[in-house]
Design a protein around this ligand. Sequence first.
Ligand SMILES: [Zn+2]
Length: 364
Amino acid sequence: MKNTLIKKIIVFAVSILLVGTNSIALAQNIQETLTCKNIGTNSAPYNYYTYQNMTSLLKSYANNHSDIMNLTSIGKTYQGRDIWMVKISDNVSADENEPGVLLMGAHHGNEKPSYEVLIYFTKYLVDNYEKNNSKKPANIDPAVDRVKNIVNNTQIYIIPMVNPDGVEANSRKNCAPNHGPFGHSKKNTSYGVNLNRNYDYQWYLIYLHPQFYVPWTQIRDKGPNYHGPYPFSENETIAVKKFVETHNISISISYHTFNQIIFYPWLFTSKPNKDEKLFISIGENISKINNYTLTKHLNLPPWYRATIGGSEDWLYGRHNILAFLIELGNSHAPKEPKVVSELCRVHTNVNLYVCERAISLNKI
Ligand SMILES: [Zn+2]
């Protein structure tokens, strides 16, 4: 009873705070307030996949390689787009007793390389699996054997675009209409929820300890980090939730841009998690491949302290999945083809490594 009262008082206090911060931030967010669209650039010379191009490519790959790849829709977005899930494994239509690896991109639609690396990885696995290694030792390609081992011994699940509406609009958030910060307004007040703040692990902490979490960055519906009226309020996060709850996943990477950082739980607190050593061991090996900094909450810059409701804390906190977040590169949409192809090449090696690590974890 007392707790409920305290909770109500805190929510009321935060609401008052919001009235003030809303007007200050109104000017800078005017574009986002009125429409769900472009907050960045997607210009030449690098030609990123559109949702439509990706869909066509994945469908043709799934048709032509149906022995090891299938494509299913795990849900539909507000604007009616399918959220595609690629599965790659031997005996792909069966649920086998092999460790699952979950790779996700584009929780934030303006973060272009986050899905590009996963489309590249899908092609890499399928193309190499189909190759026959020559009997002449000089012509043997080690990548082929590596891929065969991984595809035969894991179940790889790839959601290249968690937020396809955001990708098409080049928006950080999704494109569903908001009705005030708590969803009670009859008016359509703004568009879009930051999907990587909408998972439910410790979601309410922001109301209980607003002093630690710079709450207006997540509670203001017009802002770029708005966490939604309640956890799992969005089609996209519901789709991921349903999928994870019905599959066995050991390790996960969610790709974002940018800053060359590898994060691991917890992101909501500076306290260590119970598998800290294992996370550090895997994280350090990822860092050896991509040369990024392995870090967590304590070392974050101030604007990052509000990260509650991200997929990593939820995957680990609720499902015990070793979940990493990788911030790719140095910008949201690098234009140089060389830069993007290098991100794809290096993170293919990262993905191969975590798949192998999932196999070895399974044997413990
Ligand atoms: Zn992001």
